[in-house]
Ligand binder design. Structure first.
Ligand SMILES: [Zn+2]
Ligand SMILES: [Zn+2]
Length: 170
């Protein structure tokens, strides 16, 4: 992918969408892409500097951070860079700037920060490892649930209220 520098003269902004090679994306992210990634590029030139913005949008197959189930994870990043016509990537003869390495850097940076099978994922029980999305295990009940027949059931609301306003007084 190249930007034609002659298109940037006179303060004009150049922008374009680019679909990177899926094999390149997958090797940079070490994951399988759900569909081809999109890279949105925009550039403006001030004197001999090109201000470039690279925005990556994509999705890869992943495993949920909380429960390990197969899921999809969003890949995205915005990279701003200042390019100089003194850089090696600029070719004076064709008046083009080669964006390949910057795009690859942005793609690598777009690696998912988190993967969730669903927004409501309950994860695994830290004690027994049961997947809590499939129902409560015995140990989860003991720690978080105060039942109707529990002698401390009557103070449940007081405990909850106390925790919310920061007071421990009952
Ligand atoms: Zn999950
Ligand atoms: Zn458990």
């Amino acid at each position: 992918m190249h930007v034609d520098v002659s298109q940037l003269t006179g303060g004009r902004t150049w922008s374009g969408d680019y679909t990177p090679d899926t094999e390149v994306v997958e090797s940079l992210l070490d994951s399988t892409a759900v569909r081809p990634f999109n890279v949105a590029l925009s550039a403006t030139m001030v004197e001999d500097s090109i201000y470039l913005r690279v925005e990556v949008d994509g999705e890869v197959y992943a495993r949920c951070d909380l429960c390990g189930a197969a899921c999809k994870a969003h890949c995205g990043c915005v990279l701003d860079d200042e390019l100089s016509l003194a850089d090696e990537a600029y070719d004076a003869e064709s008046n083009e700037y080669d964006l390949t390495s910057i795009i690859e850097e942005a793609l690598a940076m777009s690696a998912p920060r988190e993967a969730r099978c669903s927004a409501e994922c309950k994860g695994l029980c830290p004690r027994c490892g049961a997947n809590l999305n499939h129902g409560h295990c015995g140990c989860a009940k003991e720690t978080i649930y105060i039942g109707e027949n529990n002698p401390f059931g009557a103070i449940k609301d007081l405990i909850t209220g106390g925790a919310e306003n920061g007071s421990t007084k009952v």
